[in-house]
Design a protein around this ligand. Structure first.
Ligand code: ADP
Ligand code: ZN
Length: 525
């Protein structure tokens, strides 16, 4: 099919079969067709692909699409081919002969779109090849991969800044669904796109219901959610470790739910089979590490569940964004607990890189924790993180069942003074468990051995249960009033702890739904 001479709207209708542009698509497309550079920030499912596919068809030459999603290139090219668009790709999965054929098509002007992995573009031979053809535009997909502190950093993306120098007249369009205001600026700078027009769509996904619950027995809690709300639905369950992916997939399978594992430790064939079953069959639950999902276009994912705390709000938003691309009601469900906070702080402590890097990771984690512990609408907080203001949504857990808060200053002081006393025992390191045993006045062997039953704080916390103390600890960690350090998760005070101990800072804690429910039942009986 020839597209030359067609308008953008004709291409939308004749080639893609849609009636109207969505959101900012038309403005973006007109800008790029006219030769302008663009930075496009649009949530997952917003319709980014057409923003470069249509200009590539309307303009002269071949549109070069840089994408890190090698595993999906063949699918994308097949889908375009089925629409009559001439598309090809070059990546490491091809042999020499396959690549040579695509190169010939490119040089002969027989392609409309050519997908390339970023590492290909860095190769001088590829650059020479591109110089011998006519290029209509460069599209840089998943542009946040250029952000060095982001969760998807790809070093090869840094090299893309050279596109502007070598092809100053070819328009570039960078696209991403991840975007805090700070990331926009970073992407524009690193890709040398400082003159580009920014198109920022709303990041709200109104059909997604956000829920964050305290973690008890996460697999059983998940099962309960699936059985009561998502029977037979397709969904993704994210776990932090490969072992926990395997365990969870096995658990769900035992319960009669069709669940498949996906993580980087599985061989490529199993991964490919599981991914394609998830995409093609109905009602499959994919249990995966975050290695799974980028670029996956399955419209009817009805739920995304997290059994472990994501490392950042960006990550959480991306992962939950894979639910409900078709616009129908979907659930984003996250279970999180004290152990998550301790584990993630420890991972940051152990991470490679300098202090600045660790501070970045800590800031990301803190923002995620603030979202978990908020008593406000989740959507308001989430959008606020992306620089958008919104009204309470009426559809998230905190809107539907507003959490109460209570004055936790006294318990906080008790816990912090216990930590202070333990910290004075030079050379000895104690974690959360020991502090709580002391507060509860438990005569465990470890308590007696270290004479912790002699401390003035021994037993002063018997008014709360162990579970409640864990909640208090978690919230103090989340608020930065307490920290953990080292291999054993030793509790340590922070600069701000002193204000609490001196009574200069009131600590507001969120009442856990479980606790409230228990309290209500007690009153009822
Ligand atoms: P993104 O890359 O932003 O996640 P896609 O480009 O994959 O989103 O588009 C998401 C879905 O929306 C796709 O199924 C696509 O075909 C569809 N879509 C995009 N633009 C339109 C439009 N103008 N009208 C109808 N459907 C559209
Ligand atoms: Zn809400």
């Amino acid at each position: 099919m020839s597209f030359r001479g067609l308008d953008a709207i004709d291409v939308l209708r004749k080639v893609f079969g849609y009636d109207e542009f969505r959101g900012e698509q038309q403005h973006i497309i007109e800008h790029v067709v006219g030769g302008g550079d663009a930075l496009v920030l649009m949530p997952t499912g917003g319709g980014k692909s057409l923003c470069y596919q249509i200009p590539a068809l309307v303009r002269d030459g071949v549109g070069i699409v840089v994408s890190p999603l090698i595993a999906l290139m063949a699918d994308q090219v097949d889908a375009l081919t089925a629409l009559g668009v001439r598309a090809g790709f070059l990546n490491s999965t091809q042999d020499f002969e396959q690549r040579r054929l695509v190169e010939q098509e490119f040089l002969a002007g027989e392609l409309d779109l050519l997908y390339l992995a970023p590492e290909r573009l860095g190769v001088p031979a590829t650059q020479r090849l591109l110089e011998r053809g006519t290029i209509s535009l460069f599209a840089i997909d998943e542009a946040h991969c250029v952000s060095q502190w982001g969760h998807d950093f790809r070093p090869d993306y840094l090299g893309l800044s050279m596109l502007h120098e070598r092809w100053p007249d070819v328009p570039r369009i960078a696209l991403t669904a991840t975007a805090t205001p700070a990331t926009h600026t970073e992407i524009a700078q690193r890709l040398n796109l400082t003159g580009a027009r920014h198109f920022v769509a709303s990041f709200d996904r109104p059909n997604i219901q956000y829920r964050i619950v305290p973690k008890g027995e996460p697999r059983k809690q998940l099962l309960q959610v699936l059985r009561s709300e998502h029977d037979g639905d397709a969904g993704i369950v994210y776990c932090l470790s490969r072992a926990s992916v395997e365990k969870t997939a096995a658990f769900l399978t035992d319960q009669g739910i069709e669940a498949l594992p996906y993580h980087a430790g599985l061989d490529a064939r199993t991964r490919a089979t599981n991914q394609s079953r998830f995409l093609r069959e109905d009602g499959i639950v994919m249990v995966a590490t975050i290695a799974f999902g980028m670029g996956i276009d399955k419209p009817d994912v009805r739920f995304v569940a997290h059994l472990d705390l994501p490392k950042s709000v960006e990550g959480y938003y991306q992962e939950t964004g894979r639910a409900g691309r078709d616009g129908l009601p979907s659930t984003a469900w996250l279970a999180y607990g004290l152990a998550d906070v301790v584990q993630q702080r420890k991972m940051i402590d152990d991470s490679d890189g300098d202090d600045a890097h660790r501070r970045q990771l800590t800031a990301h984690l803190d923002a995620m924790l603030a979202l978990c512990e908020t008593v406000q609408c989740r959507r308001v907080r989430l959008l606020d993180y992306f620089g958008e203001s919104a009204q309470p949504c009426g559809n998230c857990d905190t809107c539907l069942d507003p959490p109460a808060s209570w004055d936790g200053t006294v318990p906080a002081q008790k816990l912090l003074s216990t930590v202070l006393r333990l910290d004075r025992e030079r050379g000895q390191r104690f974690g959360v468990g020991q502090a709580i045993d002391i507060l509860l006045g438990k005569q465990t062997p470890k308590v007696t051995q270290h004479r912790h039953d002699q401390l003035s704080v021994f037993g002063v916390g018997s008014d709360l249960t162990e579970a409640q103390w864990r909640t208090v600890t978690r919230q103090l960690l989340a608020q930065g009033l307490l920290n953990v350090e080292g291999d054993y998760g030793t509790l340590v005070l922070t600069e701000r702890s002193a204000d609490v101990l001196r009574g200069q800072h009131t600590v507001r804690l969120r009442t856990e739904p479980e606790r409230r429910k228990a309290a209500k039942t007690k009153r009822a009986s």
